[in-house]
Design a protein around this ligand. Structure first.
Ligand code: TMP
Length: 214
């Protein structure tokens, strides 16, 4: 049940500048006269933000199945109460992370791309049954991402605190996604200046809008 709007997701590892670029993209699109919902996952609605807190800062470990389903539960609330209504109104939804993050973090990072984990994950994804029109994949090697994260500081969540090997697997997961689905996923070199990255994102959305006629 896709609405009339356009559903754009930003994906990538930590430190690639996704959240800043999502905000800049939303502002640039609004300046062009579009109605934009800027949102994020896990989160984006009161219910999903509660689940985010549990997922990122909860004190107990979750089984891998439970962790995947918690991300899917947050996503379902977010879809029903924010994303789908905005698309129905004809808005552009700019979402910081979505299904691809579950694939990369839970499938590759936590699950180490084990076939039973990927099978479970794909089944849950099919159940949720909603995909982005366009995904902007911000790519940055882990060494550069780590430098940026060290400079930023702040509170470390369940995933940020994982070992380097975990983050390398996450990047491998994102790379696999971009290779498997080039029609949906546009790779962006996030090592470029924020201005160049921002221009590339805007141009990719405009190209997709032209196709969609939004
Ligand atoms: P962020 O808002 O700073 O990107 O933090 C969200 C964290 O949650 C980030 O480490 C990636 C992780 N995450 C998953 O592990 N699975 C998911 O499905 C999503 C949406 C995020």
């Amino acid at each position: 049940m896709a609405g009339k709007g356009l559903f754009v997701t930003l994906e990538g590892g930590e430190g690639a500048g996704k959240s800043t670029q999502a905000r800049l993209l939303a502002e640039a699109l609004r300046a062009q006269g579009h109605n934009v919902l800027l949102t994020r996952e896990p989160g984006g609605t009161p219910g999903a933000e509660e689940i985010r807190n549990l997922l990122l800062f909860g004190k107990v470990d979750l089984s891998w199945r439970a962790e995947i389903l918690m991300h899917m539960a947050a996503r379902s609330d977010h879809l029903d109460n924010a994303i789908l209504p905005a698309l129905e109104r004809g808005e552009i939804v700019v979402c910081d992370r979505f299904h691809d993050s579950t694939f990369a973090y839970q499938g590759y990072g936590v699950g180490q791309s084990a076939p039973d984990v990927l099978k479970f994950l794909n089944g849950a994804r099919k159940l949720v049954d909603f995909e982005p029109d366009l995904t902007l994949m911000l790519e940055l090697p882990r060494t550069q991402a780590r430098e940026r994260l060290n400079a930023r500081g702040g509170q470390t969540d369940r995933y940020e605190g994982q070992a380097e090997a975990f983050h390398e697997r996450v990047l491998a997961g994102f790379d696999a996604i971009a290779s498997a689905d080039p029609a949906r996923v546009k790779r962006i070199d996030a090592a470029q200046t924020p201005e160049i990255v921002g221009a590339a994102l805007l141009q990719a959305v405009q190209a997709r809008l032209a196709v969609q006629g939004v």
